[in-house]
Each structure stands twice: as C-alpha cells, then as structure tokens.
Design a binder for this molecule. Structure first.
Ligand code: PBG
Length: 325
C-alpha cells in the first residue's frame, strides 16, 4: 500500500459518480420491512402520537398502507395485532378469526406472493398483564407458554403468513414452533427468530402503539441484558439448531457490534430491527429542525446494513423506499 503523497484517499471521493461506483454498501427498498399495527374494534385509524406517520390501523387502512409500501418496492410487512379483549392467557392470539389472523388474510389477498407478510408471534399484546407468556404469580412460565406459541403459529400459518417471527424470548420457542408447523403440514413455512432481543428502553413508543406494556415489573427475566454480546452468539446458535431460517438482532443502533458478530459468526440470513424508540428519537430531532430527516434516515439504514443486516425492519420504510426509488 502506498502512502501520501502517492496515495490520496480523496481521489475516489471526488465526484458523485466515483462515490456511487465504489460504495461498499447499498440500501434498496427491497431491504426494508415495515411494522404495522392492526387494532380490533376501531372505526378509523388512530395516529400513534410518539411515532409520527404511524397508526393503529383498521383492516381497510392496513391494506391501503400495505399497498402503498408495495408500490414503493418495500420487501414486506411485519404485522402486530391488538385485540379488543385481553385475558391472562392471551387467548385472542390463536383465535382462527382473531385480529391478526384477519389481518394476515387481508394482507395476503392484497399483496400476493410478490411481497412478504411476516407474523409477529408473541403474547404481550394479548395478555391482560402485558407479559410475553403465561404467569405463575409474578413468574413468566417458559414451557407452558411454548404450548400457546405453538397454537398461535398454526393459526398464523392457516391465515396465510409467509413467515412466523417469534419475539417472546422463551427458551425453546423456535423448536416448539417448528414442530407445531411441521406436524400440521407447514414444513415449508420459514421462521424468522428474534434470536437476540435485549431488554431495551427503546421499545417505549411501540408499547403505546401495541398496547403491550407489562402491568408490573419488566422483561429482564426473559429479554437479554444489554451488557452481553457473547450471550447473543449462544442465543443465535440455539435458534439455528432449533430450526430458525433467519435470525434477528434487536434493537439495531445500540447493538451494531452484535449484528456484525452474528453475521460474521453464522453467515445466516440476518435481520435487524430498527425499533420504535430509535425512530421516535430521529423524528423528534427532525421535527425540531435539529437534524435532517431524510439524510439521517438514510444514514441510519446504511449503517445497519453496513453492520451486516440483509433486511431491516424499520418504521422509516415507507418514506425511505420512496427516497431510494
Ligand atoms: C413484543 C415486541 C416488542 C417489540 C416487538 N415485539 C416489545 C417488547 O418486547 O416489549 C418492540 C418493537 C419496537 O420497539 O419497535 N414482544
């Protein structure tokens, strides 16, 4: 390698054409998946105050939003359901005519096979206590929760989901869901495992959107400690052994080191979730005129891809897809 003055790093930065030709990373609309919220029993879509541009959707507005995303070339959507009634076991989650099942059917009818419809699989939006599993006192029971996850997976598969994405962080959830799907004839339905999911303070706006905040305590007995990165490699290894087809790292921005390590260690299809708090912070700063929304959004998405993500789940999907078209 030659050095200055023979080598001048600025040469390849001199024009837009050179910069574009030598970019190591690209972001395209097809890399982006949009989380969407579908709420049961509302007449009109309701804005989510902490997430400008996002709504709790009705079935109609959900389908319309998905169509707009598809027209802009986004990869697909990740659907969350908010039921009208909650109970301790979250039984609305596996109702064959439940809110998420209705949404999945409507989205598949609209999008066909050109776009991906991913079903988030968790209980916190469906339980009256807001935890991601069933309780014994204040404990979230692992194995009893797996039985419910298996039922949810089958109902989501029957509703037409292209991919099942378990986010509850119960041990053995991927194996339980894989077995349930296989025994019901869905051996070709892929699982996107939320393999490494931290107990993060950046989920706050989502919990408003999905009405899934825990009524007591927190999720630190099942989600990961932000101090740990090797632990994430073990989480990913286990999920791959259990049958995960793609693995997710969540959140994204504070965990780009984890993302890079996961991609380098396993070489698996890797997804990063650019979570609600990350979106809200950027949007709040942009609304104040402190940063440029477009530039900051595209830089954020580029950073996540550069760190190793193949796909980014992000609330920026719609605008970013338009900017990137
Ligand atoms: C539910 C779930 C959460 C998110 C995705 N799935 C919240 C949580 O674990 O408390 C957060 C997503 C976001 O903040 O955008 N298990």
């Amino acid at each position: 390698m030659s050095s200055f003055p023979d080598m001048r790093m600025r040469r390849l930065r001199a024009t837009p054409g050179l910069r574009r030709a030598f970019a190591e990373t690209t972001v395209a609309p097809a890399d982006l998946v949009a989380p969407l919220f579908l709420k049961e029993g509302i007449a009109d879509r309701t804005p989510i105050s902490s997430m400008p541009g996002h709504f709790q959707h009705t079935l109609d507005s959900l389908v319309k939003e998905a169509r707009e995303l598809a027209e802009r070339g986004a990869a697909g959507v990740l659907l969350f359901g908010i039921p009208a009634h909650k109970d301790p076991r979250g039984s609305g989650s596996y109702d064959s005519d439940g809110i998420v099942q209705q949404g999945l059917k409507a989205l598949k009818d609209e999008l066909g096979n050109e776009h991906v419809v991913i079903a988030d699989l968790c209980l916190c939006e469906y339980t009256d206590h807001g935890h991601c599993g069933v309780l014994d006192g204040d404990d979230v029971l692992n194995d009893a929760t797996l039985e419910i996850y298996a039922r949810i997976a089958i109902s989501q598969a029957e509703a037409g989901a292209d991919m099942i994405a378990p986010s509850g962080m119960m041990d053995g959830q991927v194996a339980a869901i894989r077995a349930a799907l296989d025994s019901h004839g869905y051996e070709n339905l892929p699982i996107l495992a939320y393999a490494t999911k931290y107990a993060s303070s950046f989920y706050g706006p989502f919990r408003e959107a999905a009405e899934g905040a825990p009524r007591f305590g927190d999720r630190r007995a099942y989600q990961q400690d932000p101090a740990n990165a090797y632990e994430s490699l073990r989480e990913v290894a286990l999920d791959i052994e259990e049958g995960a087809d793609a693995v997710m790292v969540k959140p994204a921005l504070g965990y780009l080191d984890v993302l890079r390590r996961v991609k380098d260690t396993f070489g698996y299809p890797t997804v990063a979730y650019n979570v609600s708090g990350e979106y809200s912070m950027l949007m709040a700063a942009a609304a104040n005129g402190w940063i440029d929304e477009r530039a900051a959004t595209l830089e954020t998405l580029m950073s996540i891809k550069r760190a190793g993500a193949d796909v980014v789940v992000t609330y920026h999907s719609k605008k970013a897809a338009e900017w990137l078209a």
